[in-house]
Design a protein around this ligand. Sequence first.
Ligand SMILES: Nc1ncnc2c1ncn2[C@@H]1O[C@H](COP(=O)(O)OP(=O)(O)OP(=O)(O)O)[C@@H](O)[C@H]1O
Ligand SMILES: [Mg+2]
Length: 320
Amino acid sequence: MDAIVVEELRKVFKPGWPGRPNVTALDGLSFSVRRGEIFGFLGPNGAGKTTTLKILMGLMRASGGRAEVFGKPAGDVQTRAMIGFLPESPYFYDYLTAEEFLAFYGQLAGLDGVKLRERIVELLDLVGMTEARHRQLRKFSKGMLQRVGLAQALIHDPELVVLDEPMSGLDPIGRKQVRDLILGLRDRGKTVCFSTHIIPDVEMICDRVGVVVKGKLLASGPVDELMSRGQTQTVEIVCEGIDPHAVNAIHASATRVIERGRRALVVLPGSDRVDEVIRAIHAHGGRLMSVTPQKGSLEELFFAQTGTPWPADPNVKVPA
Ligand SMILES: Nc1ncnc2c1ncn2[C@@H]1O[C@H](COP(=O)(O)OP(=O)(O)OP(=O)(O)O)[C@@H](O)[C@H]1O
Ligand SMILES: [Mg+2]
């Protein structure tokens, strides 16, 4: 059984007063999340990510279609206890300290005593907030609140963790920490579904991705497969000690040859002629230094399918 199933999901927002048009936020969206995987729910601003996650959490009603978690309709009370959720704009009780806040949520989830205290220590450490544990939440930065919010989502050690933009507001180190945290959850057999509009976050850690645009699924599948689908996969070969232009097998196969000192970079349009070129390098007394397939990216896929570039986020600098 899948962790999440969304089928032909629709959500139409009706305006508060007459004359205003309806907003179709979800327009027949379908995807599923398998148990034990990290699923990236990727889409530009306004695509319908938060709306979908709210429906899955039972916080909002769909206008049509199916939304199920662990085989039960979204919002089912028993299933809800198996889910940890980080909302997009979490509401925090300002005057609680980080520790008190987690204790509050832990008690709601039925934890208490030593078990709860130990869990809080563990989680504060996991999200790097141990030092700030006695500080009131109103004195926290956005990134610090995000970390405490993550700890809150994990307090009852849920089977499924649903995170709405978990890396938002974090600096590059914080983003890396959250990525590692998500990978750690998968290692422990948990299922993680998180939304984002940052492509590299998905490329770096997700097993599968669903790309949503204007309330519809644009593409979904294993990240590796989508990254190479329909795109020419070039192969770069670096060699040393030969003149590549003088070797027919090389210059006839390459789309580009760049020479720098004794080294040459040979770019092949695909993998068909790799063996032939390597043999030619050796046959002419050259040395092979590296062979690197260049993967496509989800950004290319998006461009190929929509004809528009992925909207850049000037606030996010993703480390290489
Ligand atoms: N309560 C609401 N009333 C009316 N329209 C809404 C409401 N909530 C969302 N929408 C609209 O639904 C669409 C999808 O919004 P949603 O918040 O789900 O997008 P998102 O993918 O989470 O975007 P972001 O990346 O900016 O968080 C948008 O056009 C938005 O304006
Ligand atoms: Mg959102």
